[in-house]
Design a protein around this ligand. Structure first.
Ligand code: PLP
Length: 292
């Protein structure tokens, strides 16, 4: 049962010529050129998706977002069918693992060639049981932009899943420096946004609410699945612009992301809060069972 599986896209952009859409390569062998713009500039986009018993989850949603992110960076449109077949082949190799993940990386390519680079890497998932059942402690961090900045500042690429994730990683380290598990961004004028690698979900009675993507946050695939689950339970769902103090009045809150799924928030900046054990378990069971 392989622990790491790597497939390189032969022609990752739409319109490219290739006999085979991908080829498997040894993940231990160096792959990327030292002058690939993905490496030298963080100039590219990526996706991470969950794999359950060899079946990749929410593939359509992730490929659609890869294409949207690429368009925001003026990258050539990815060849979604080539990516889909590589994702499926890599996921299939991981069928011996109950939970795994695949990461799709699409860069602007080697400087001067105009040819994007693309690969799909699969690995078994770390064990997220503690985060899913006992919850996570978070600290609130100011992202430094007002809640209405996204439309006016498109060059900041808010809402695109780019390879320039150093800020997101730094926010995670800041959280750990403060002795907690994760961070939650707010706008400079006090509106709830997202985590560095997750979306925020709020339960208020029989309503599920998440911050609106008009705030320049990523449109989450896990969040979309959570809304489908809630609708199936007869709950209402909505995207809203929410001031930070909503966290105090909400019945329960979660961070949602592919692979970790729903992590209930049990403490915010030192203030403990209730977690909804039953709803969390049902939601995670639904998210884990996805095989589409
Ligand atoms: N927001 C950000 C900034 C992310 O990086 C991620 C995932 O990595 C998410 C939200 C959650 O997205 P998804 O549920 O599609 O994994």
């Amino acid at each position: 049962m392989p622990d790491r599986v790597l497939a390189v896209l032969t022609a990752p952009a739409a319109g490219g010529e290739a006999d085979e859409p991908y080829r498997f390569v040894d993940p231990a062998v160096p792959l990327v050129s030292a002058v690939d713009l993905g490496v030298t500039r963080g100039d590219g986009v990526f996706e991470t998706l969950g794999v359950g018993e060899g079946r990749a989850q929410a593939v359509d949603a992730h490929l659609a977002r890869l294409t949207r992110s690429a368009a925001m960076l003026d990258l050539p449109a990815p060849d979604e069918e080539a990516w889909r077949s590589a994702v499926s082949a890599v996921a299939d190799q991981l069928s011996g693992h109950v939970e795994a993940f695949v990461k799709l990386v699409y860069t602007r390519g080697v400087e001067g060639t105009g040819q994007p680079t693309g690969w799909v890497l699969g690995s078994p998932s770390p064990d997220h049981t503690v985060a899913r059942t006992e919850g996570v402690r978070v600290t609130v961090l100011d992202r430094g932009l007002s809640h209405d900045s996204a439309g006016n500042l498109p060059w900041l690429l808010q809402g695109a899943k780019t390879l320039s994730y150093a800020l997101n990683m730094a926010a995670g380290r800041e959280a750990r420096r403060r002795g907690v598990d994760d961070a939650l961004f707010v706008s400079s004028d006090g509106f709830l946004l997202e985590g560095p690698t997750s979306n925020l979900l709020i339960k208020d009675g029989d309503r599920l609410i998440t911050p609106s993507t008009s705030l320049g946050i990523l449109a989450g695939t896990t969040q979309a699945a959570a809304f489908r689950f809630a609708s199936g339970q007869g709950m209402s769902t909505s995207y809203e612009v929410l001031p930070r103090d909503v966290l105090e009045s909400a019945d329960a809150v979660w961070l949602l992301s592919s692979v970790r799924n729903a992590a209930p928030i049990r403490e915010i900046d030192g203030v403990e809060r209730r977690i909804d054990v039953g709803f969390t378990a049902a939601l995670n069971a639904y998210l884990l069972a996805r095989r589409e």
